[in-house]
Write a protein of this length. Sequence first.
Length: 247
Amino acid sequence: MTSDLLLDRARELWTDLAVNPAEFSSGGANVVVSPGSRLCPPLWTGIVVLGGAGIVTVPSVQAGKLMASASSKLSDEELVDEDRLREVLPVLDVLGPASLLYLDRADFLPVQGGAAVEEAVCSDDELAALLACAGEEDAGESGLEDITSPAFVLRDSDDVVAAAGYQAWPQSVAHLSVLVAPGHRGRGLARVVASAAVAHALDAGLLPQWRARPHPSKRVALALGFRELGSQLSVRLGDGGLTGQDR
């Protein structure tokens, strides 16, 4: 798979999640009215830029006009810059931006040796204990509760201290999730468990996707051979973005 094909597969995923027809094209992001878009939470505006081209889904015609105007003033890269967006749009809330990274099997740098990773369908109590230990923000960011793959774990005695897995997404994409207990971070455990989960996804013929906001998360992905292809940002616009008729 060449890097261009990797980019094509990534774009196919996000055009699928846009629900209504959307297309990545140069010369300004494609803005599409799609209330059911999965690029963002309901009634939000979703922005994804991959390989220097972007798509934007909006919940209403009025929000579409605002985003089209913003797209004419900003580059695609600036559309995922919160500060630049706030200069031209009535932004109330923001999720992201998150870096989007993908992996070609030929570029995979698996962890060799080291701690023994256990592949298991962990009990709810085991994962719940790790999630509770990590705290609400880190647990939510990890997405570990939503994995559909086996969990790949490291234990300290009987306690799960690091876990990784993935959620099956459309277009044969494996969306990675990784979490390490706070007292065990900084030891390379995230890379160990993530390597096992990535190998499982590749063996299943899936495209591994890593969505990272914290820098340490991106660092782990890059160490495994992932390539950063773009970014995702979700915004909730103020009354200027949704008229009473549109809401």
